[in-house]
Ligand binder design. Structure first.
Ligand code: ADP
Ligand code: MG
Length: 309
């Protein structure tokens, strides 16, 4: 039985340098059991470095990592048994067939007679008709699916996917997510890195944003969206808008005939005050709506602020 008080993944003060580059700088956080957790960050932020460290594939300079309480170095076997990792890079032996690859991986975990589960994986990932095809003859998207099957062959409770949908077509993305969602619903902890922000926005419960090797935000998705950073106010007037009051002109994003779009900051601006000013300028308001920032907006603003680029 799993201990419900244990985190699925614990990262405690982890640092890693590559020469003069600080790829991870004192990173600490925990991922709870059963979470769908997103790790977001621009290219080169340190996502794959962190995932490789979690997988025990990379030696860190300092800090500790554990999977369900098992240290990835001192309890490597137990940690590995609890973890399935889908790496970003497509590395595999080109001479095996798909089924052989999965059987080989089962053997690595000491599992015999795994064919029932292997068949189910092949089926769920739409690979059944490729079971006897050599790996070298598969397209990139197919190989990606085999990597996912490979990570799941030992039914690990914790599943980490490093950009699993990079370069994958829309259909495959949809079927992949259906399957991952099912695994999550069945109690698996899912950790995902992606640069498709709409994907994280749709799937993840909590999201960490990493930039230049540091965690710059870790919030529930809703808190991240609610950080009060900004929204858009869409206004439709009864008659054409002739002039926007001077004090609001700095907020105008768009003003066309009857439509006015203003950016506003929820902590600093009051919608009521903005509307009062518009009315005072004889603009007759027909309709008002507020559109919150997307995760993409939040993400871009945060990483731009930190990275200075
Ligand atoms: P991400 O996955 O977020 O795009 P990575 O973790 O792959 O970023 O890389 C973080 C930084 O570390 C990058 O600047 C990358 O060039 C560097 N890096 C990653 N692996 C190595 C390595 N084996 N040797 C030297 N530099 C590396
Ligand atoms: Mg990466």
């Amino acid at each position: 039985m799993l201990d419900p008080t244990l985190d699925a993944i614990t990262v405690d003060g982890v640092s890693k340098r590559f020469g003069s580059l600080q790829a991870l700088n004192d990173v600490s956080f925990g991922i709870h059991q059963g979470e769908f957790f997103g790790l977001l960050g621009p290219n080169g932020a340190g996502k794959s470095t962190l995932i490789n460290a979690i997988a025990g594939l990379l030696r860190v300079d300092s800090g500790k990592l554990s999977i369900l309480g098992n240290d990835v170095r001192s309890d490597f076997r137990a940690a590995r048994q609890n973890l399935g990792v889908v790496p970003q890079e497509l590395v595999m032996d080109p001479f095996f067939t798909v089924r052989e690859t999965l059987q080989f991986q089962s053997g690595y975990f000491g599992i015999r007679n795994n064919d029932k589960w292997i068949d189910e994986l092949l089926d769920q990932l739409n690979l059944a008709d490729k079971a006897d095809t050599n790996m070298r003859r598969l397209s990139g998207g197919m190989k990606r699916r085999v990597l996912i099957a490979q990570a799941l062959v030992h039914r690990p409770p914790v599943i980490v996917l490093d950009e699993p949908t990079a370069g994958v077509d829309v259909d495959l993305r949809q079927s992949m997510w259906r399957f991952i969602r099912r695994l999550h619903a069945e109690g698996h902890t899912i950790v995902l890195t992606t640069h498709y922000l709409e994907e994280a926005e749709e799937l993840c419960d909590r999201i960490a944003i990493i930039d230049s090797g540091e965690i710059i935000a870790l919030e529930t998705k809703q808190d991240l969206l609610d950080l009060g950073l900004g929204s858009k106010l869409l206004i439709r007037a009864t008659r054409d808008i002739e002039t926007v009051p001077l004090e609001l002109q700095g907020k105008v994003v768009r003003c066309e005939a009857k439509d006015l779009e203003l950016s506003f900051h929820r902590e600093n601006d009051s919608i009521m005050e903005i509307l009062d000013r518009l009315r005072a300028a004889s603009i007759q308001i027909d309709y008002v709506s507020v559109v919150n920032d997307s995760l993409q907006d939040v993400f871009l603003r945060m990483t731009a602020k930190q990275g200075g680029s």
